[in-house]
Design a protein around this ligand. Structure first.
Ligand code: ADP
Length: 255
């Protein structure tokens, strides 16, 4: 008999058995997890445990040697060596918010938000402009549309980074330590935008050391250690009552 599971009953994101090495360093040693549509997954773990590499593999920026990623209806089997077009299809499913914002310094805030939909997705200018202005309004920066990134605070630049990612209309939002480059007093405004997005039903995978954010916003927390998911569960379980010694030690160190 064929599999009776209807397509829409599957989780939006399925990651299976990811293996990735840089030279002799096997950074991912079999990473598995799933994430349902509209859920927030927070990845925590020591520096070097592979968190960023997992995010970049979801986005096709790193290409694992083995394993698979499915986001919505785009499935990528890495052992069969996906070509550029296959990786571009995977990349089209998600948008990344980087630790260091990565805004184009010579473009205005509005142009930074418009460039992906215009150049990559080739959508019409007026439609993209209207949507971009709406997104800037949503992150509280409508008044800054014509300014350049250097005129903005770090927190404001990161909110532009979030608007730019949303402008790509992704299935999945990826955040790579989005607040760790910010002065402490600017962290809250970025986390507040992320919390709003979660409330609106965005599916998000977030690498962060902000344990309070994880506790109040995450649906699941994954603890990565040595390139595997050592522990996975609801925040109340992983953060408050971890089952693994290594998780306990890590949490003690950062809390
Ligand atoms: P984390 O995000 O948990 O700090 P990373 O995924 O950034 O971990 O890195 C995991 C390991 O992979 C680290 O040892 C890092 O030095 C190494 N690494 C990451 N990217 C590269 C690369 N492009 N070339 C070589 N080594 C890399």
């Amino acid at each position: 008999m064929s599999d009776p599971t209807p397509q829409d009953a599957r989780p939006l994101v399925e990651v299976a058995d990811l293996h990735k090495r840089f030279g002799d360093n096997e950074v991912l040693q079999g990473v598995d997890f799933t994430a349902g549509a509209g859920t927030v997954t927070v990845l925590i773990g020591p520096s070097g445990s592979g968190k960023t590499t997992v995010l970049r593999s979801l986005n096709g920026l790193e290409v694992p040697e083995q394993g698979s990623v499915r986001i919505g209806d785009v499935a990528t089997e890495f052992a069969s060596r996906p070509d550029k077009r296959a990786l571009a299809r995977l990349r089209g499913q998600s948008a990344m918010v980087f630790q260091s914002y990565n805004l184009f310094p010579h473009l205005t805030v509005l142009e930074n938000v418009m460039i992906g939909p215009r150049v990559v997705q080739r959508r019409p200018a007026e439609e993209v402009r209207t949507e971009a202005l709406g997104l800037l309004d949503r992150v509280g920066l409508a008044a800054k549309a014509e300014q350049r990134p250097f005129e903005l605070s770090g927190g404001q630049q990161q909110r532009v980074g979030i608007a730019r990612a949303l402008a790509q209309r992704p299935e999945l939002m990826l955040f790579d330590e989005p607040t760790s480059a910010l002065d402490p007093e600017l962290v809250g405004e970025v986390l507040a935008v992320m919390q709003d997005l979660a409330g609106e039903g965005w599916t998000m995978v977030v690498v962060t050391h902000e344990i309070r954010f994880a506790r109040s916003v995450a649906d699941q927390v994954l603890f990565l250690d040595g390139g595997v998911v050592l522990e996975r569960g609801a925040p109340a379980q992983v953060l408050t009552d971890p089952q693994q010694d290594r998780t306990r030690t890590f949490l003690k160190r950062i809390l």
